[in-house]
Design a protein around this ligand. Structure first.
Ligand SMILES: Nc1ncnc2c1ncn2[C@@H]1O[C@H](COP(=O)(O)OP(=O)(O)OP(=O)(O)O)[C@@H](O)[C@H]1O
Ligand SMILES: [Mg+2]
Length: 550
């Protein structure tokens, strides 16, 4: 979001400087310097934003930059509006205004000194960053990223199978069929949002007796972040039980060649779990015959939250559990012994709580594990039921919100405001895509830099491509398409994703939600300066938001 704020400031200032220079008559030099400083910050921000959730110093740094960007934009806009616009009439208008000269001179002076102060704040920030060594973060490599650490904290253990699996029967059958079909696609992707069971399904396949019988070799490899091709190749060969000491000393190219030959000679199944980017696939593919144009009967199965990792893959979308499956999974975790022989009230509380999980297995597992420790105490259940959402957030190691936050951290900066904007819509709301695009455009949510980069594409097309990117990243779900054109007509957000969206939007000062608990804080809202800032009034007990644009 800081990136968006800085981008917005750079764009506004840039437009004024190039197209409406007359508006900045008298302060061009200062504004130009300011723009240079902001551009420098913009370039350093991309990476910092993904790291901020863990490192407090970076979080503060990013927040400070965001404030600086808003201030910079405000100062320049204010000047252009109050003084600059009067210059538009040219010399006669300036003569007419001679009476106000003193006032304008003072405004000019005030603006110059405000800009100087902002530049000084930027310099001061840079000095502090250097003093505290924050500049080194850029060089420490991807490993230092908090989202990376979080991704790594749930590595799958392929040999350990879950005993509580529910559903997945059709998905498993379908996958086994396509994997055993020689003429079928060589690469298959299991696609779905975080915590939906992609890894669980992939493990199901890995242990499936038909798969074991059909393939000569099987390997299940977790693609760590960042993807290290050498490790992945070695792990695959090790899974095939064909990795020897000599391989470890081989050059990368020779190791890739060995793996490629193996995949050509034998029928192998390679499962690559949790691959995030097409760059990761590009780095791995030299070892795969399918990507190098060589014939092979081997197959590759990927799991990913991103749809477009391998463009020619057969995509299998994983869906949420239905109500019955949710309850079944919940019971298996909470009452492993007694089954459903529980008191009526406990059952009712349980059913209501499970609804909050909205079909996401990870959420049910987290909730179930908390309740399983409460020995069916009605009091304890009531307490948890009163605060299900916060219990779901916390989890034990990683709550669903932490898991889904990885998807947010992975969003490129230009998509973040688009995603956060969805916090305006109530729970379960079917969002009309045309309307949403109009709103994005009208409220300046889309980064104009991107529009330029895309070579004059019209803004609605840019908006639509952003929307599709959010769909491909499983941040939103398509609900209706136009029957003739297949264009997306309505979208919806998973409840858990919406909770994340709302909490990120609040954290980023993107929205301020007023309900009865914080109505008194209305007075402090004047201090919030985010350009996209919206105030939402939430009426207790209803799902209705009233939006006020400030
Ligand atoms: N069908 C299912 N039945 C029972 N438990 C399930 C099912 N699907 C997932 N789970 C449980 O939900 C949790 C999350 O599942 P999993 O790790 O497979 O999700 P994922 O889609 O791979 O998530 P991520 O995108 O974060 O990798 C695990 O604890 C898993 O055991
Ligand atoms: Mg997974």
């Amino acid at each position: 979001m800081a990136w968006s704020a800085v981008t917005s400031a750079v764009t506004t200032i840039g437009n004024l400087l190039t197209q409406e220079a007359i508006y900045l008559w008298g302060v061009e030099e200062e504004v130009d310097r300011l723009q240079t400083e902001l551009k420098w910050m913009q370039s350093s921000l991309m990476e910092a934003e993904t790291k901020q959730s863990k490192d407090e110093r970076i979080r503060l740094w990013v927040a400070e930059i965001r404030e600086l960007a808003y201030d910079a934009e405000d100062v320049v806009k204010e000047f252009a509006l109050k003084i600059g616009s009067k210059n538009k009439g040219g010399l006669p208008s300036r003569i007419k205004r001679s009476a106000c000269c003193l006032k304008e001179g003072w405004m000019l002076h005030k603006t110059r000194s405000k800009i100087e102060k902002i530049i000084e704040r930027i310099n001061d920030l840079v000095r502090r960053l250097q003093t505290y060594g924050v500049k080194e973060l850029k060089d420490r490599g991807e490993e230092s990223s908090s989202s990376t650490e979080r991704r790594e904290s749930r590595p799958p253990y392929p040999h350990i199978m879950d005993d509580n699996i529910v559903g997945l029967v059709d998905d498993t059958e379908g996958l086994v069929k396509v994997l055993k079909n020689e003429s079928g696609c060589k690469v298959v992707t299991i696609w779905g949002m975080g915590g939906l069971g992609k890894t669980t399904l992939a493990k199901n396949i890995y242990h499936h007796h038909q798969v074991i019988d059909y393939f000569d070799h099987l390997a299940f490899v977790y693609v760590s972040q960042p993807c290290r091709k050498r490790n992945v190749w070695e792990d695959i060969l090790s899974g095939f039980k064909t990795l020897d000491d000599a391989d470890r000393k081989k050059r990368d190219e020779d190791l890739a060649e060995k793996l490629c030959n193996k995949l050509e000679e034998k029928k192998c199944l390679v499962i690559l779990d949790d691959i995030w980017t097409s760059e990761a696939w590009d780095s791995l593919k030299p070892a795969f015959p399918v990507a190098t144009g060589r014939h092979s009967n081997s197959k590759i199965l990927l799991t990913s939250r991103n749809r477009g990792i391998v463009p020619y893959a057969d995509i299998r979308e994983l869906k949420c559990l239905n109500d019955q499956q949710c309850w079944e999974l919940f019971q298996k975790i909470v009452f492993p012994q007694t089954g459903n022989k529980t008191g009526e009230e406990i059952k009712e509380l349980g059913e209501n709580m499970v609804k909050h999980c909205a079909g996401l297995p990870l959420a049910i597992v987290v909730l179930g594990r908390i309740l399983a420790t409460k020995n069916n105490s009605l009091n304890e259940w009531r307490k948890i039921s009163d605060n299900v959402k916060s219990h779901l957030k916390r989890g034990k190691n990683q709550g669903p919100e932490d898991v889904l936050a990885l998807s947010y951290d992975d969003l490129p900066p230009y998509l973040r405001p688009c995603f956060l904007y969805l916090s305006h819509f109530p729970e379960d709301y079917m969002i009309d895509v045309d309307r949403l695009i109009q709103l994005w455009v009208a409220e300046g949510i889309l980064s104009s830099k991107q529009e330029e980069r895309d070579g004059g594409e019209i803004v609605e097309d840019v908006a639509e491509s952003y929307l599709m990117e959010l769909v491909e990243r499983c941040m939103i779900q398509v609900r209706e398409r136009d029957v003739a054109t297949l264009k997306v007509k309505t979208i919806q957000m998973h409840d858990m994703m919406r909770d994340l969206c709302l909490s990120k939007a609040k954290q980023e000062n993107f929205v301020f939600i007023i309900d009865q608990s914080n109505a008194s804080s209305l007075s402090m809202i004047r201090k919030v300066k985010t350009p996209f800032f919206h105030l939402l009034l939430l009426f207790k007990g209803s799902n209705l938001y009233l939006k006020l644009l400030l």
